[in-house]
Design a protein around this ligand. Structure first.
Ligand code: TPS
Length: 332
C-alpha cells in the first residue's frame, strides 16, 4: 500500500508551522524557541503528559483530544494566577496515524489557540512504540512574585471551588457503561453535559487575576476534590473542614444523587474536574465571590481552613463523614 503520509519535515511545515505565529517560535525552523519575559513578570511553566486509555480514548475526536491536552495545562496556569503565553508540543503518534487524523488534531489546536490566545512555540513529533501520547508544556506569565502556591492557606480562610464538581467523572462512567445514564435517569441534555465535561475541560483562565489578588493558596482539581483538598491542606500545614451539602453540583449530578447515591459519592472525588480550589481570607471572601461571578466563573464557599495540620474533615448534615484513604486518582 502506498504511504502518502508526509515525512517529518513536511509534517512540521504543513501541520505545525501555521500554529506557530509568535516570532519567538522562529517558525519552528531552529533547534529551540526564544522567549523574553516581559519586565516585571515571572514565567510560569507546567507540563501534563496524556496517554490514550489513561486520559482519553483512542477513538475520541482528534480535535477534542488536542483541546483536552492543551486545556489541562491552561488549567494549571490559571490555578497559579498566570496568563497563558504559549506552549511546546511533544507528540508520539501511533504507527497507524493518518494525515486526516493529524489535520483534525491541528484544527482542534487552532480553535483553542484563538479561544485562549496562545501560540505553539516549539515541539517534537515521534513515532510511538505503543498508543498515542501527548506532552504539552504550557508557558504563562504572572506579575513577579505574585504566583499563587498550594502552600499559603491560613486557619480561618474560606475554601472555595469554581464551577461544579463530579460531572467529568460521571461522564467517564457513562463512557465505560452504556446503561449508566439510563440507570441514573439522566435526560439527553444531562447526558451530553457530563460527556462534554469529561472530554472538554474548561480552564478557568478568567479567575487567574482574582487568584493573585485574593487567594492565599490555590490549585486545580484534577485528581478528585477531597484528594486535592488533602494535597493543599498538607502543603499549607493546615486542615480543611468541608461541608458536603455546599459542594456545587450540576442538575445531572443532582439527579444522580437521588437515583444512584453511591455512584454520586464516587463522582464527587473522581477527578478530571479542572475547576479551581482556593483559600481566601474571610474578610475578602464575599468580594472575591462577587468578582468571580462577574468574570463568568462563579465560585462557591465549601468550607473553612482549620489548624489541624493535614486533616480534611467532611461534614454531612452536621456529622463528620470518613474520607476513604487512598481516594482520588493515582497513576502509581
Ligand atoms: C480513559 N483520570 C485519568 S488521569 C486523572 C483522572 C481522573 C487525573 C488527572 O491526570 N480513564 C480514562 N480517562 C480518564 N480521564 C480517566 C481514566 C481518569 P494527571 O494526574 O495525569 O494530571
Amino acid at each position: 500500500m502506498a504511504d502518502d503520509r508526509p515525512g517529518e519535515f513536511e509534517l512540521i511545515r504543513t501541520y505545525f508551522a501555521p500554529l506557530a505565529k509568535d516570532p519567538g517560535s522562529l517558525g519552528l525552523t531552529d533547534d529551540a524557541a526564544v522567549l523574553s519575559p516581559r519586565p516585571g513578570y515571572d514565567l510560569v511553566l507546567t507540563k501534563d503528559v496524556l496517554a490514550s486509555g489513561v486520559h482519553f480514548f483512542a477513538h475520541d475526536a482528534p480535535e477534542a483530544i488536542a483541546a483536552k491536552a492543551l486545556r489541562v495545562n491552561l488549567s494549571d496556569l490559571a490555578a497559579k494566577g498566570a496568563r497563558p503565553r504559549g506552549y511546546l508540543l511533544g507528540l508520539a503518534l501511533p504507527s497507524d496515524w493518518t494525515a486526516n487524523w493529524l489535520g483534525r488534531f491541528c484544527s482542534g489546536l487552532t480553535a483553542d489557540q484563538s479561544a485562549y490566545n496562545v501560540q505553539l512555540l516549539g515541539g517534537d513529533t515521534i513515532r510511538s512504540g505503543s498508543g498515542l501520547q501527548i506532552s504539552i508544556t504550557a508557558i504563562g506569565e504572572a506579575e513577579a512574585g505574585k504566583t499563587v502556591r498550594r502552600s499559603g492557606a491560613n486557619a480561618g480562610d474560606l475554601v472555595f471551588v469554581s464551577g461544579t464538581i463530579g460531572d467529568a467523572a460521571a461522564g467517564l462512567k457513562a463512557r465505560l457503561d452504556h446503561s449508566f445514564c439510563g440507570n441514573a435517569s439522566l435526560d439527553g441534555a444531562e447526558e451530553r453535559h457530563i460527556l462534554d465535561r469529561y472530554l472538554l475541560p474548561r480552564p478557568r483562565t478568567a479567575l487567574s487575576g482574582l487568584l493573585t489578588r485574593y487567594a492565599t493558596a490555590a490549585m486545580d482539581v484534577s485528581d478528585g476534590l477531597f484528594a486535592d483538598c488533602s494535597h493543599m491542606a498538607r502543603a499549607s500545614g493546615v486542615g480543611f473542614e468541608i461541608e458536603m451539602s455546599s459542594v456545587p453540583i450540576s442538575s445531572a449530578l443532582q439527579r444522580m444523587k437521588e437515583t444512584v447515591p453511591d455512584v454520586f459519592a464516587q463522582c464527587l472525588n473522581g477527578g478530571d474536574d479542572y475547576e479551581i480550589l482556593a483559600s481566601v481570607p474571610s474578610a475578602v471572601a464575599s468580594e472575591f465571590a462577587e468578582k468571580a461571578a462577574e468574570s463568568g466563573c462563579p465560585v462557591t464557599a465549601i468550607g473553612v481552613v482549620t489548624s489541624s495540620a493535614g486533616k480534611v474533615k467532611l461534614i454531612e448534615n452536621g456529622r463528620p463523614m470518613k474520607l476513604e484513604s487512598g481516594s482520588g486518582f493515582r497513576h502509581f
